[in-house]
Design a protein around this ligand. Structure first.
Ligand code: HBI
Ligand code: FE
Length: 279
């Protein structure tokens, strides 16, 4: 499909986080003409800096999948990515105005739709932004949706989320999302590599998560992970390590209801609490 010419700032930029433009399922249209030259330049610069950091730090599956994003010198049109993504794993990305409530989020994932924030950070926020913007979602999350095993895990996670919501267990399940899809590490060739989007889209946290002696790294274990609290505005103090994406997929085959019951009676771990078991 020929890449259509980019039109700059042809229409009013939707105010960041303007949820009035979203439908009942919290999705909205990506107004590609509304991005300004500065928006496209920010995307290009972020992509350039982050992709240069990947060798030796990002998982092989991520590095292999990244070119599937296609465009790197301006913000891609979602339909261009969806053409390839749907062919690869029957997933598609949908535009959202930002973070959305858990049930609509789980519902989209359960239907193999990944919500991608449609605005980009300002040049002033180049190095750090707390909430996920289009670069975090596209660069961090979308490439691994081209990986069939990981793509099936994310859908299963969404289906599990809808069940967790009925059991009042969203907080425990969101820790699993946090410590895998957002901040997960994987063992490769005897070393550690990042596969979590929050690490892969961060210029500072990528080397920190994989190389720093500061944080603790534990083997991913369902109950320990679901009992471990996390912080959203600093580097992680605990990372959980898997051996393969199959391990993630197989882990979510079980019914989590009895696990939630068992965990409800047990205490939680602080984000930096050490218990001696090292990955
Ligand atoms: N909304 N757009 C968006 N992206 C997310 O990653 C996201 C969300 N809402 C809720 C959420 N993540 C987490 O609470 C999950 O753990 C459920
Ligand atoms: Fe994310």
């Amino acid at each position: 499909m020929a890449v259509e010419p980019v039109v700059y700032g042809a229409s009013e930029r939707p105010p960041r986080g303007d949820y009035a433009r979203a439908g009942a399922d919290y999705t909205c249209a990506q107004n590609h003409a509304a991005y300004t030259r500065a928006d496209h330049d920010t995307y290009r610069r972020l992509y350039e800096r982050q992709s240069a950091l990947l060798p030796g730090l990002a998982s092989e599956a991520f590095i292999a999948a990244l070119p599937s994003l296609g465009i790197k010198d301006h913000i891609p049109r979602f339909e261009e990515i969806n053409e390839r993504l749907y062919r690869a794993t029957r997933w598609e990305i949908v535009a959202v105005p930002g973070l959305i409530p858990e049930v609509p989020f789980f519902t989209l994932l359960a239907n193999r739709k990944f919500p991608v924030t449609d605005w980009i950070r300002t040049p002033q926020e180049f190095d750090y932004i707390v909430e996920p913007d289009i670069f975090h979602d596209l660069f961090g999350h979308v490439p691994l949706l081209f990986n069939p095993v990981f793509a099936d895990y994310v859908q299963r996670y969404g289906q599990g989320g809808l069940k967790a919501q009925q059991l009042g267990a969203c907080e425990m399940l969101s820790r699993l999302y946090w410590y895998t899809i957002e901040f997960g590490l994987i063992r490769e060739h005897g070393g550690l590599r990042a596969y979590g989007a929050g690490i892969l889209s961060s210029s500072g946290e990528l080397p920190y998560a994989v190389q720093s002696p500061e944080p603790q790294r534990l083997p991913l274990q369902l109950e320990r992970t679901m009992r471990t609290r996390y912080k959203i505005d600093s580097y992680q103090q605990t990372y959980f390590v898997i051996d393969s994406f199959e391990q993630l997929f197989d882990m979510t085959a079980a019914d989590f209801a009895p696990v939630y019951e068992r965990l409800r009676g047990l205490g939680e771990f602080a984000a930096d609490e050490r218990d001696g078991v090292v990955a």
